[in-house]
Design a protein. Structure first.
Length: 300
């Protein structure tokens, strides 16, 4: 077995350690550098997301993992009405700041930002759901932050059911995850990113934790070169030029994830999967999978 694979009988301490992974504010701060200029989402990403939402005539979008606000801001700028939620106040701080700075623009003045957790999402924002959103998005490999504390993915199922309740009949869920099948097989994570324009990522070190013989946790150590940022006088980063932050993820297998979606949205909904924004017959081993689920318009 490769050196970066660890085996254990239980998730143990790791579960406690990853509950609010952005709480110390370090990852949130470096995340802003990692994702680069908010105006420079990769063209492929923007064309895919905005194109799909327009094609489906979506207007009202719920971003359930808004983080520092990068997707939400892009969608506001493209004329969508956006409600944004996230569980981390350290990440939300940046979205709130962007809203404040651009409050004179009507779209930003109307932008709703709330703190909410996927496990209680529907109850947290029921008053905002109304007849449901045209689309719910959960992007940037966010969903994999939810770990499998009980070994039966009950929390992931609960979160997906909450997402389903927020989507109107005939509406969409767009949710993604890294290609964990490949990460598990190779023990490596591609540092090339299809979403952002990361000028500073030098490496992503990968560890896979096995619990009772099954891959249960992937830990990614992001190495970010901040030397050029430190030259700017108004931004204070640690003295070292290489900053490191660690995030942990549940390694979703493509097939199992697809089945979980079907359990939450039912067999009358429709399911499509893209790999790095291409259909699966166009790409062999993508870095990211994006699931597009169209909720059945018939209520049974
Ligand atoms: C990797 S960041 C991505 C943010 C943004 N979508 C992007 O692409 O930059 C993941 C976000 O998911 C949020 N998150 C993780 N678990 C959550 C949960 N249970 N409920 C709500 N948000 C959660 C984190 O706080 C974090 O801001």
């Amino acid at each position: 077995m490769a050196e970066n694979m660890i085996t254990t009988r239980s998730l143990g301490v790791a579960v406690e350690g990853v509950k609010d992974q952005y709480a110390d504010g370090k990852a949130a701060k470096v995340w802003e550098v990692f994702i680069g200029d908010k105006n420079s989402r990769t063209e492929n990403y923007k064309n895919f997301l905005v194109g799909l939402l327009r094609e489906k005539r979506c207007k009202r979008i719920l971003d359930v993992a808004c983080g520092t606000g990068i997707d939400s801001i892009m969608l506001l700028e493209e004329g969508f009405e956006v409600v944004s939620v996230d569980a981390s106040d350290k990440m939300l701080k940046y979205a709130l700041k962007a809203r404040w700075n651009r409050r004179k623009e009507p779209a930003f003045d109307k932008w709703i930002i709330e703190e909410a957790n996927w496990l209680t999402l529907f109850d947290d924002i029921e008053d905002l759901v109304g007849d449901g959103f045209d689309a719910v998005i959960c992007l940037g490999n966010s969903f994999a932050h939810l770990l499998d504390s009980y070994g039966d993915q009950r929390e992931q199922s609960k979160a997906l059911r909450n997402f389903e309740k927020c989507v109107k009949p005939g509406g969409f869920l767009l949710i993604d995850h890294r290609n964990y099948d490949s990460i598990i097989d190779t023990g490596e994570t591609a540092s090339k990113c299809i979403y952002y324009n990361p000028k500073h990522t030098t490496d992503i070190r990968t560890s896979v934790l096995y619990v009772s013989g099954k891959p249960a946790l992937v830990t990614l150590d992001y190495l970010i070169d901040l030397s050029s940022e430190n030259e700017k006088s108004d931004i204070i980063y640690p003295d070292e030029s290489i900053s490191e932050f660690r995030l942990s993820y549940y390694p979703h297998r493509l097939k199992v994830f697809r089945q979980m979606l079907e359990k939450a949205f039912g067999e009358n909904s429709s399911y499509r999967i893209y790999g790095d924004f291409k259909t699966l017959d166009q790409i062999e081993s993508p870095n990211f999978y994006i699931h597009v689920t169209e909720k059945s318009s018939t209520i049974f």
